[in-house]
Design a protein around this ligand. Structure first.
Ligand code: FAD
Length: 275
């Protein structure tokens, strides 16, 4: 059975919160995802907002997976959050090192995700299903392709159950990555993270920072549309639907959509897929 999941970030206004809970979530829930995840700003920068959104989704009967990272926090703070999530009945987490938001760079030491996974297992045993991050196009701070693979293996060996990738548009990078993971003995599922194309200028900027490549032909096509947002949106849906279909037909175990808190175009892409 193909796994589908959706990612949110904590909304920044009451109006955005209302839209997310009352329109976007029911619309996406109709697509029968396994869970919704909610991002977490390392250093606790979104702690209250992440907790609030997790609780609100949970209260509506939505299966929710909070993202979590140490940032500069101590063990007692993280243990308290784990306890809180257990009391809410949450059973899945996405464990990350995180990136310190700009302006908080001096606010604490980042702790590798493998240490967080170990900590969660020590504190809560097998209670949580733990997801970690994986990078088919290599994490931008990795020493090398091989060292990044080795660190992914360490996160999974520390007790994570599965991984979700950074988004990519080169399907070959994902399948090559799966082969390389298998070659070093990684046998847990690695789900494809997929970013629909919404705001292309923001996507291009973000992609430069996180090391995700947007193929030249996609950039050229979108630039050719100029300010014609409808054509950009339509092209983005076609390209990403095709990417997802190829992934699923070639053995990808499932897709995690970075929804950017928008119902469309994730819904249209999902509806285009023959699963
Ligand atoms: P790690 O696994 O710790 O790896 C980080 C880097 O360190 C890599 O280069 C790795 O090769 C290297 N490394 C790992 N272990 C060691 C070690 N023991 N010694 C030396 N080097 C090591 N960011 C947020 O801030 N909030 C979020 O909610 C969030 N959600 C995400 C969800 C997904 C699915 C993905 C793919 C990314 C997400 N990110 C999020 C971004 C992520 O936090 C960044 O990519 C971050 O830079 C790395 O996090 P990580 O958990 O992969 O780190």
């Amino acid at each position: 059975m193909t796994r589908i999941s959706f990612e949110y970030f904590p909304p920044k206004s009451d109006a955005a919160r209302a839209t997310l809970l009352e329109t976007t979530t029911p619309g996406l829930q109709a697509l029968q995802p396994e869970f919704f995840s909610v991002t977490y700003g390392a250093g606790g920068s979104t702690r209250d907002n992440t907790l609030e959104m997790v609780s609100a989704l949970n209260q509506r009967g939505v299966s929710v997976a909070p993202h979590l990272s140490f940032g500069g926090d101590d063990g007692a703070t993280i243990a308290g959050m784990l306890q809180h999530y257990r009391e809410l009945g949450i059973s899945r987490l996405v464990a990350l090192r995180g990136d310190m938001p700009s302006g908080m760079a001096g606010g604490g030491q980042l702790v590798h995700a493998s240490e967080l996974v170990r900590f969660i297992r020590e504190q809560t045993g097998d209670h949580f299903h733990i997801e970690v991050a994986a990078y088919p196009e290599i994490h931008p701070q990795a020493e090398s392709y091989d060292s990044d693979l080795k660190h992914l293996k360490a996160k999974l060996a520390a007790g994570a159950d599965s991984a979700i990738t950074q988004y990519f548009y080169n399907v070959e990078s994902y399948f090559y990555f799966l082969d390389q993971c298998a070659a070093i003995g990684i046998d847990k599922p690695i789900y494809a993270g997929i970013m629909p194309i919404t705001n292309f200028a923001n996507l291009a900027r973000f992609s430069r920072n996180c090391g995700a490549e947007i193929p030249r032909w996609i950039c050229q096509r979108i630039e050719g549309y100029g300010e014609d947002q409808d054509s950009i949106r339509q092209f983005g849906i076609e390209v990403v639907s095709q990417l997802c279909q190829t992934l699923l037909e070639s053995g990808c175990p499932g897709i995690h959509f970075y929804t950017m808190n928008q119902l469309e175009p994730t819904r249209q892409i999902r509806q285009n897929l023959a699963i």
